[in-house]
Write a protein that binds this ligand. Structure first.
Ligand code: SF4
Ligand code: SF4
Length: 391
């Protein structure tokens, strides 16, 4: 089999993640990282094998491997690396690189490669959404009800268009990953059975929602083992709080859009409002723990932080906080200040959705797909099922 070698691959990956601080060239393939990784026992040996692919410039093989996404960034491998090659950061940087390569617009490559690029994409979206919303802004007095400031039907129209564009962009990115995986399996002669795909999807979605694999990261195989933390501070609980909170807010917004007449006032105990509030507070709890850990930088994976590690959680936190402030403005009218908070919240929420398939938050999509592909690849062959049934 011939391999196309990209000699600049390692350099390109290092531009992502923690950038120049990543010293993966020092890796001499001892395999300690794979031995200690709580999630590597059922794979072909990540992260060591993926590092080797990057060192050899095997981009096609690297991006066709779903193992990139099966890592949960616990950092145990980095703690045991004798060469300080930081395999956990390498995995994070490779995921960021993969997002840039799957995205067809080129915006992900711009946003993930440098701080300026990230801010430029953010500014671009903010200006576009700001102008769009302002273009339909009704002339209202500061005393006017909050939701009269920007017509609800206009927010909904932009929101629907945005979800369609983002949905298409995310679907194309996932298809790019899927196609690379299928071609990679073909090259290796591994058969894939279409009938096993629905079961693999169900297994992956359950896994992602329940954080089953993430919980295995608490097994503490590293030397010395990480301190045992109370359940509410464990990495998988914090991650579940951010993800669950975000999904709950998304659900509340969708239900609101589907069932509440546009612009109609609702009481504080309105179910969708309470659902959004619970989601927002849960998400803020998870984000606060993440920020504290990154500020303390006590141990991997928090010791090194790329700009993108700060950017997306900050955008999410700003969106939630302005959303909560908007809720306050509904019941305690703040005049033009309330209008400004509302406007900022809508722009930030649209930025958040637009940047979802471009930033590290895209792992929500790619990791679920990777878990599906892994389960699919490991689904028992039909003949094995028949033999088992006969026994
Ligand atoms: S432990 Fe370090 S040196 Fe050893 S294979 Fe992993 S990254 Fe390379
Ligand atoms: S960060 Fe954790 S899950 Fe990822 S490769 Fe290292 S030990 Fe495995």
């Amino acid at each position: 089999m011939t391999h196309v070698v990209d000699r600049s691959l390692l350099r390109k990956i290092k531009r992502h993640g923690a950038g120049s601080k990543l010293d993966v060239d020092a890796c001499f393939q001892c395999g300690n990282c794979t031995a200690v990784c709580p999630l590597a026992e059922d794979s072909g040996g990540f992260p060591r094998r993926l590092i080797r692919m990057a060192q050899l410039g095997m981009e096609k093989e690297l991006l066709a491997s779903e193992d990139i996404w099966r890592c949960y960034a616990c950092g145990e491998c980095t703690q045991t690396c004798p060469r300080q090659a930081d395999p956990a950061e390498f995995m994070a940087a490779t995921r960021s690189y993969a997002i840039s390569r799957y995205d067809f617009t080129g915006l992900a490559a711009l946003a993930n490669r440098s701080v300026l690029g990230n801010l430029a994409v953010f500014a671009l979206f903010s200006i576009v959404f700001g102008l769009l919303l302002a273009s339909a802004q009704a002339p209202v007095s500061p005393q006017a009800p909050l939701f009269d400031f920007i017509p609800g039907w206009w927010i909904h129209a932009i929101g629907v268009a945005l979800f369609v564009v983002v949905g298409i962009s995310a679907a194309l990115g996932m298809f790019a990953m899927f196609a690379r995986f299928v071609m990679g399996q073909r090259r290796k002669g591994v058969p894939l059975r279409l009938g096993a795909l629905p079961g693999a999807i169900a297994s992956a979605v359950t896994d992602a929602l329940m954080h089953r694999r993430f919980q295995r990261c608490d097994s503490g195989q590293a030397t010395p083992p990480p301190p045992v933390e109370p359940w509410y501070l464990r990495a998988w609980v914090v991650h579940a709080a951010v993800m669950g909170g975000f999904l709950t807010m998304l659900l509340a917004t969708t239900l609101d859009f589907l069932f509440k007449p546009i612009g109609s006032p609702v009481p504080p105990w309105y179910p969708m409002r309470i659902l959004g509030l619970v989601g927002g507070l849960t998400c803020l709890y998870g984000l606060a723990i993440i920020f504290l850990r990154r500020i303390r930088a006590a141990q991997p994976p928090w010791r090194k932080s790329a700009f993108s590690d700060w950017f997306f959680p900050s955008l999410l936190a700003a969106t939630v906080l302005t959303g909560l402030a908007t809720e306050v403005s509904v019941y305690a009218p703040l005049g033009s200040v309330g209008h400004g908070i509302f406007f900022t919240h809508v722009v930030l929420a649209m930025d958040l959705v637009a940047m979802l398939p471009l930033t590290k938050f895209a792992h929500v999509l790619y990791r679920t797909l990777a878990l599906t592909l892994f389960a699919w690849r490991h689904a028992p062959a039909r003949e094995h099922v028949t033999v088992d049934a006969q026994i």
